[in-house]
Each structure stands twice: as C-alpha cells, then as structure tokens.
Design a protein. Structure first.
Lengths: 60, 140
C-alpha cells in the first residue's frame, strides 16, 4: 500500500507529529507542553510558508 | 572568606540517585516500542501520544516508499541515515526483517518518506532520553 502526499500535507503531518514529541519531551507541566507544542507547530508551518514565498519571489 | 564566596556562587549539587532497575528498563523498552518507556512508568497519555506520533511518522514514511538504511561503512550520509533509522527500534528491526523500504527513490515524496523514517528514529531517541530522565527523578 502506497500513499502520495502533497508537499504541503507532508510538511503539515511532519510538523504535527514532531511538535507533539517536542512538547512532551522538552517541558515539565502539561500546560507548558501544550504551549511549547503549539509554538513548535506554528514555527514549523510558518517556516514552510515563509520559505515557499521566498522561493516564489526568487523565481520571479 | 574564600570558602564562603565559593559557597555563594556554586549551585548546590543534586544528591546522587542510585541506579534503579527502571532507569535501565524504561529506555530499553522505550527504544523497542516508542512511548513504552513512559507507559511502564504510568505516564499513559504521554506514552500513547509518543507511540502514535513516532509510529505514524515511521509508517507514513514506509507507505511513501521511503528507503530504509542498513548498517554500512560507506558514505557519511548513509551512516547518519542508518543511525537515525536505528532509533526507531522495534519498527526498524521489523522493517528490515520483512525486507520493506528497499526500493529505489524514484520521486520527491519517496525522499520525504525516507526523511520521515529517519526523523521518527531521532524523535524516539529524544523520547528514550525523556523516559530515562523520568526514571531517575530528574523530570516528573
């Protein structure tokens, strides 16, 4: 069984699961874990979008 | 005088923790099955989340036809890929035993799959370290 993810959906899935692991392992309390996980997720996806737009401008 | 200055600036040393059985079992079990190191220490939710996150990344990588690295002494990137994959523990052993992940990378998404599996292994190394810290009482 094979699947074909788009570039963005692959980045989304990666960001989601990596952020969960970072949140759990890098903070002590549940609240801090949640906040740090959300922060990592936002940074991952924000970085993807920023890099995407940067490449779009470079290409033009 | 010098002693009192040193005592003020130096942080108090943490008391030495005796090596418990759990400090050996939790990392070992956590390496074999992602999240199991937390589950054996009754951190049910954290263990389940780690299992789902790391397991899904690894399985998705396989389904995207990613490549799995075997032990090798060649290119440095191949060696690093092997070390990353090795972190997935039981999933990596099963994948090798079933001869999965051996296809050539023919398209970009398959390369993402390869990276997914390496990252899953590296994340499991972090989870193993976390399980160890819980076992020795450094983290709750």
């Amino acid at each position: 069984m094979t699947i074909q993810l788009t570039h963005f959906s692959a980045a989304f899935v990666f960001a989601l699961f990596a952020s969960i692991v970072f949140g759990i392992t890098h903070r002590e309390t549940t609240r801090d874990m949640l906040r740090y996980g959300l922060y990592c997720f936002a940074m991952f996806l924000g970085g993807v979008l920023l890099a995407g737009w940067a490449m779009w401008f470079i290409r033009r | 005088m010098a002693n009192s200055t040193t005592a003020k600036t130096k942080p108090a040393a943490a008391p030495a923790q005796p090596a418990s059985v759990m400090s050996i079992i939790a990392p070992a079990v956590g390496w074999l099955v992602p999240g199991a190191g937390h589950i054996v220490q009754r951190r049910w939710v954290r263990g389940a989340l780690l299992f789902v996150s790391i397991g899904t990344l690894f399985v998705l990588g396989l389904m995207m036809q990613g490549h799995i690295y075997k032990a090798n002494g060649g290119d440095i990137l191949d060696i690093l890929g092997f070390i990353g994959d090795l972190g997935a523990g039981g999933m990596y052993i099963t994948t090798l035993a079933m001869n999965w992940g051996q296809g050539a990378i023919a398209f970009a998404v398959a390369d993402y799959g390869t990276k997914f599996m390496i990252v899953a292994g590296l994340l499991n190394f972090i989870a193993v370290a976390d399980a160890y810290h819980i076992a020795i009482g450094k983290k709750q």
